[in-house]
Design a binder for this molecule. Structure first.
Ligand SMILES: C[S@@+](CC[C@H](N)C(=O)[O-])C[C@H]1O[C@@H](n2cnc3c(N)ncnc32)[C@H](O)[C@@H]1O
Length: 234
């Protein structure tokens, strides 16, 4: 072996051991891992994303989105701007104006595939009384649009789409599981959701003069879907 080859080989070996040393240990927060490439949809003040970023010690694998403009985030939420800054400082990406019903065509998202796509408490806003037919139809259409778009952006073999949702009437009338199955997503698991599992997370009403206020969670669950045909609820 000549001197140059010897040198190259040593370099390669030392690079690979550096890589191993630099590798961050995997960290978990409930169902989410710091190694998951995650898309957060319909964020309010971005406090859910921040909670994960703090638990992981990094936001490098997080892409956090809102349908709001940047201006609106500042107007609606007392901590919105601060949360966005923290995410960006921790290496996360934040996008404004991302509609869950069209996100598969988003200039950046369409180039990406995710391990977990998460939308907590989807809701179109309080346009009609919560239990009215019109309001339920609008929320059903949001859910359907989110699920079908998320399916396209998911890593095919191992990805999961999550929806955290209130239980009981009128939320049961949204037919979340049936909608998912029609789109070709099987229900994998339903897990009770507790806000306290995500320190710093503040669930936001996100609409009207009370945007920054929380709403009562009552009994809520995270529904996990996978793109296969093994739904338990056929
Ligand atoms: C009840 S709030 C929940 C906010 C946040 N996920 C949380 O847990 O605090 C419902 C959210 O859905 C968002 N939203 C409504 N329509 C949307 C759409 N078409 N695409 C994306 N987000 C939407 C609202 O902007 C709002 O942030």
């Amino acid at each position: 072996m000549g001197k140059e080859e010897e040198y190259q080989e040593t370099e390669t070996e030392s690079n690979s051991s550096d890589d191993e040393e630099d590798e961050e240990p995997e960290r978990w927060k409930k169902h989410y891992s710091s190694k998951h490439r995650m898309l957060l949809v319909g964020e309010g003040d971005f406090s859910f994303s921040v909670s994960l970023a703090r638990a992981f010690g990094s936001a490098c694998n997080l892409v956090s989105t809102t349908v709001d403009t940047q201006d609106n985030i500042a107007k609606k939420y007392s901590n919105g701007v601060r949360n966005v800054r923290e995410l960006e400082e921790k290496g996360g990406l934040v996008f404004y104006g991302v509609d869950a019903k069209e996100m598969r065509d988003h200039f950046f998202l369409r180039t990406q595939r995710f391990d977990r796509i998460v939308y907590n408490f989807p809701h179109v806003g309080f346009l009609f009384p919560e239990a009215s037919y019109c309001q339920i139809q609008l929320n059903k259409s949001l859910i359907k649009g989110y699920l079908s778009n998320a399916k396209v952006l998911l890593k095919q073999d191992k990805g999961e789409i999550h929806v955290t949702h209130k239980e009981g009437d009128p939320y049961d009338k949204w037919d979340l599981v049936k909608k998912a199955e029609k789109i070709g997503l099987g229900l994998h698991e339903i897990v009770p959701f507790f806000r306290g599992d995500y320190p710093g997370y503040e669930n936001k009403r996100a609409h009207g003069s009370q945007s920054d206020a929380p709403f009562p969670l009552g009994d809520s669950s995270t529904y996990k879907f996978k793109p296969n045909h093994s739904s338990k609820f056929k």
